[in-house]
Design a binder for this molecule. Structure first.
Ligand code: 13P
Length: 303
């Protein structure tokens, strides 16, 4: 089957099965181009709740598809590649959170969306890169445990100094690799460019940036800016939308290490097979799902 034939089949199968394809901003260009919606973590899970479709094919990694299933339990959610996971998810587990809760029952637990359903079930509130600062400001407590990303935790401590953030030790293997020196070198090479980075980068990198935000916030910032050049400090998949939506602007990747191998595991053929065989369906223990749903839904409450 040629690529064009496969795309046609994907479109046909999607219609036949009343399905939609959601893709994270880090997915490969061919998948972003056939997806019904491409976005950051928060946008994708909101879409999962709002869609009328009965089947959601989630092109991304496990915790995203799992979060969609937690919030939309009556829809069939498929993850095309079973082992497309996020190593950060395994850096905190539910039992560690239960132990913390027993010791410090009055300290709220805020967990990043890059976490398992079981960890979300043990947490008070969930967040993504685009709403974490706002949510921390709103939590009615002086001390908060934030898990598992240490870099976002440090960024939070700077952004919301009036709260004490108890930090965990997890990290994103892709963003954590970026060195502050790479910001200096790129600024020297591209003196007109603005530096836009993801908060999963180290605090030392974030401090040197002109803007820190989620993947979609970075895209939106570049789209709205009058500047013509940008140094991008997040996974290279975002370059596709940035260049497509801004053909007259220039984008440089901050570091060659900014490729997430898990986000790149899904190919067009996997999307086709997943739709054809309706694989691999996300299943979550119902008691865990219900608790995780409460934790996730709280982030949507308008305060
Ligand atoms: P966002 O798309 O929410 O910014 O998340 C990016 C990311 O790094 C996920 O691991």
């Amino acid at each position: 089957m040629t690529e064009q034939e496969m795309i046609k089949e994907v479109v046909r199968l999607k219609k036949e099965k009343k399905g939609v394809i959601f893709a994270h901003n880090y997915q490969i260009p061919e998948i972003q181009d056939i997806a019904d919606f491409v976005g950051d973590s928060l946008e994708l899970i909101q879409q999962a709740v709002n869609t009328d479709a009965e089947l959601i094919l989630f092109s991304g990694v496990d915790y995203l598809a799992e979060s969609a299933k937690i919030l939309a339990p009556n829809k069939k959610v498929l993850l095309p590649v079973l082992d497309a996971g996020c190593p950060m998810v395994n850096m905190v587990d539910a039992e560690q959170l239960r132990v913390f809760r027993r010791e410090y029952p009055h300290i709220p637990i805020l967990c990043y969306i890059n976490s398992s359903a079981a960890a979300k079930a043990e947490s008070d509130l969930c967040c993504t890169a685009s709403n974490v600062v706002e949510l921390v400001r709103e939590i009615e407590a002086d001390k908060i445990l934030f898990v598992p990303d240490q870099n976002i935790g440090r960024y939070l401590a700077k952004q919301v100094p009036e709260k004490e953030i108890i930090n965990w030790e997890g990290f994103c293997m892709t963003h954590h690799m970026v060195k502050p020196l790479e910001v200096d070198v790129n600024r020297r090479k591209h003196p007109e460019a603005l530096v836009l980075v993801h908060p999963e980068c180290s605090a030392a990198v974030a401090e040197k940036a002109d803007f820190v935000g989620s993947t979609t916030e970075i895209i939106r910032y570049a789209n709205q800016s009058e500047k013509k050049e940008f140094i991008i400090g997040t996974e290279m998949g975002v370059l596709h939308r940035l260049r497509k939506e801004n053909p007259n602007k220039k984008f440089y990747l901050l570091s060659p290490s900014l490729t997430c191998f898990n986000m790149k595991k899904t190919a067009l053929g996997d999307i086709y097979h997943a739709l054809l065989k309706e694989q691999h369906e996300i299943k979550i223990d119902e008691a865990i799902r219900q608790k995780a749903q409460l934790c996730l839904e709280k982030m949507f409450i308008k305060r």
